[in-house]
Design a protein around this ligand. Structure first.
Ligand code: DLZ
Length: 296
């Protein structure tokens, strides 16, 4: 009979509401079904596991909202970057604690995200806690180079996608000088540029951005299939992660919604996927090297 848990967190302003949404998407939360009406709006963020915990006796000194994560240090870095971007620098240290050991064999840090909204992020020190050991990517782009291939066709949308990608890369610690932007005429040209960039071996990931509008594109299915196949093939054959940020929409309005208006910014999401995959590739490479060395 029970279906789920919902914690309602009031947010003081529209600006804080939007900024929190950006942070939670960047951290990898799945966006749930939000709502909007004249009197207010809600944004839902879903986590794979939820539990309501009654505690008696020794009650831990933690905020009531705790988010369990993997890669606590990367999450800390992402939260810190977000605070620096949105709050006064002098407030950051007061609002964000350093990760510290808890008495329940975990590490935890707390952050005041907005007025009255304090959150604790924690990670179990027990690698078998909750799930089998898995290799997972983190969201740090520091020291990695990324290429963005963006189509000029429907530039009013693709420029917004590009802004979203640049925003995600900057927040994840990628230096401006480590980003190369390549503008191509239309979505059709994305795969060949992506492939050339991937083959150069200079990039940890390639982010592809474009918009195909069904109503206005002759042979829409054929073009879309070829663009998707080309990008996928480039990824598979070069081994360099390619994030797919090519929107396929019925109308311009729908595309605008997905480029930052109502349904998130797919350019931002694509960049986050590229960052995560670049990290996974790095870890898989290291794991493979360790196996080879152990055998030799
Ligand atoms: C030709 C064309 C059409 C009709 N529609 C789109 C579109 O919706 N999105 C897009 O990115 N590009 C479109 N193009 C341009 C092609 O992708 C390509 O750039 C040209 O056909 C030149 O090869």
């Amino acid at each position: 009979m029970i279906k789920g848990l919902t914690l309602v967190a009031p947010v003081a302003s529209e600006e804080a509401f939007a900024q929190l949404g950006e942070l939670f998407r960047a951290l990898g939360f799945e966006q749930g079904k939000g709502w909007a009406e004249e009197s207010g709006k809600g944004a839902a963020f879903l986590a794979p596991i939820g539990n309501l915990e009654f505690v008696t006796g020794r009650v831990p000194a933690v905020p009531p909202l705790l988010i369990e994560v993997t890669q606590l240090d990367s999450v800390h870095a992402a939260v810190q970057a977000w605070l620096v971007a949105h709050q006064r620098t002098e407030d950051v240290a007061a609002k964000l604690s350093q990760p510290a050991l808890t008495h329940w064999n975990s590490r935890l840090f707390t952050v005041d995200l907005s007025a009255g909204l304090s959150v604790g992020f924690w990670q179990s020190e027990n690698p078998l806690h909750n799930k089998p050991i898995a290799i997972e990517g983190d969201l740090s782009a520091a020291g990695k180079r990324f290429a963005i291939v963006v189509a000029r066709w429907n530039a009013v949308i693709t420029d917004r996608l590009l802004q979203g990608s640049l925003d995600a890369l900057a927040r994840s610690g990628c230096a401006k000088s480590d980003i190369e932007i390549v503008r191509v005429p239309g979505a059709w040209e994305i795969p060949s540029a992506a492939r050339t960039l991937a083959e150069s071996r200079r990039f940890a990931g390639v982010i592809t951005l474009g918009v195909l509008l069904r109503g206005e594109t002759a042979h829409y299915e054929a073009i879309y299939n070829e663009v998707a196949r080309g990008i996928g093939q480039s990824q598979q054959e070069t081994g360099v992660p390619h994030a797919f940020g090519v929107l396929t929409c019925e109308t311009l309005e729908q595309a605008l919604d997905r480029a930052g208006l109502k349904a998130g910014n797919k350019g931002f999401e694509a960049a986050i996927a590229a960052i995560e995959m670049a990290s996974i590739q790095e870890k898989l490479g290291a794991a493979k090297r360790e196996t080879v060395e152990a055998k030799s």
